[in-house]
Design a protein around this ligand. Structure first.
Ligand SMILES: [Zn+2]
Ligand SMILES: [Zn+2]
Length: 339
């Protein structure tokens, strides 16, 4: 198995988990373009991805989701409450009269015709894309108008992160959606997946354990504390991506407004270096080859503090092949971890 952390932190999270025959992307919290760039840097082939799995609907986990899923035409696995909340977030709330809608459609057609006449594929058409992409669908809009207008759009440049021509009217459109429930095991290809509930302020957030060929990898970030179900899920893990979000003193003295500090510190916020160390010292079974510390706050943590805290907690259990600790990065992918 292989884990490649493409990005980790409050500005975007995404990780490739792969077996011999199956490749999954967990979260898509950077733009589609940036995700493709990172995959290229890390030698991960996006066209080989089988599915995208989503932990929760916070922006740093879903920013590039719709565009990437449509671009790669792969299914998205998430829980039903997470999906519902995401749809609510991405659907424009502005309404528009039918007359205004027709006016927009007419203008859009004119722009397209003009762009074609001028043979400027990336000139005015970009403008059209911008209009079309942000246009809300009025509630009484007849369905057949949508594909006929969308069908007129130009073929997307395969090198660009643009939506395919249809159905671009719906920002919440995904090529395929598969629901899972936390606590219920499911498989994609030869990877067995166990999602587990995490305490975090999202609709139905979860972490994952992935297993293939007796190797187990887990992702547990964005959790306010370590409840018994998470401790139980993180047994016999070979590669563990674990949150070490903030240093308590840095957070308390740091720049965040009080309300945000309260949120981060709460039982549905993020794990501090201290809480992570406590888990590693008291509950962790010590069996991992790699522990990757992730979702580090840029404002309220320092990589060396997170690392020192985890190293002290692991203590004498760190060996040449066991309990090696890495720091996931926000700005660049980590070298793939292969077991
Ligand atoms: Zn979150
Ligand atoms: Zn997050």
């Amino acid at each position: 198995m292989r884990m490649t952390v493409l990005a980790s932190g409050s500005k975007g999270n995404s990780t490739v988990v792969a077996s011999a025959n199956t490749r999954l992307l967990v979260d898509a919290g950077l733009s589609c373009r940036e995700l493709l760039k990172r995959m290229a840097v890390a030698n991960e082939d996006p066209s080989a991805l089988d599915a995208i799995l989503i932990t929760h609907e916070h922006h740093d986990h879903i920013a590039g989701l719709a565009t990437l899923a449509r671009r790669l035409r792969i299914p998205v696995y998430l829980t039903e409450p997470t999906h519902r909340e995401w749809v609510r977030m991405v659907t424009p709330r502005t309404t528009m009269t039918y007359a205004k809608w027709l006016d927009h459609v007419q203008k859009e057609k004119e722009l397209r015709a003009e762009a074609q006449l001028n043979r400027a594929p990336h000139g005015r058409e970009d403008e059209v894309e911008a209009i079309v992409g942000t246009l809300p669908t009025p509630p009484d809009q007849p369905c057949e108008v949508i594909p006929s207008v969308a069908a007129a759009s130009a073929d997307p440049d395969p090198d660009e992160c643009e939506d395919p021509p249809t159905p671009r009217r719906d920002p919440a459109h995904l090529p395929a959606i598969e629901y899972f429930r936390s606590g219920t095991n499911f498989s994609i290809g030869d990877i067995s997946i166990t999602p587990f509930t995490i305490p975090h302020d999202a609709a139905d957030p979860c972490g994952f354990v992935f297993e293939s060929e007796s190797v187990r990898m887990a992702i547990a970030t964005d959790l306010g504390y370590m409840p018994p179900n998470v401790k139980a899920a993180l047994k016999r893990i070979d590669v563990l991506l674990l949150e070490s979000n903030h240093d308590l003193d840095m957070l308390k003295d740091g720049p965040y407004p009080w309300a945000v500090k309260q949120r981060v510190l709460s039982r549905v916020g993020h794990l501090s270096n201290h809480a992570t160390a406590e888990f590693l010292a008291r509950d962790y079974d010590g069996g991992a080859a790699w522990i990757v510390l992730g979702h580090l706050s840029e404002a309220n943590n320092a990589p060396e503090l997170a690392l020192l805290s985890a190293e002290q907690a692991i203590g004498g259990r760190m060996t040449l092949l066991g309990n090696r600790i890495l720091l996931a990065q926000q700005a660049a992918p980590l070298t793939p971890i292969c077991l």
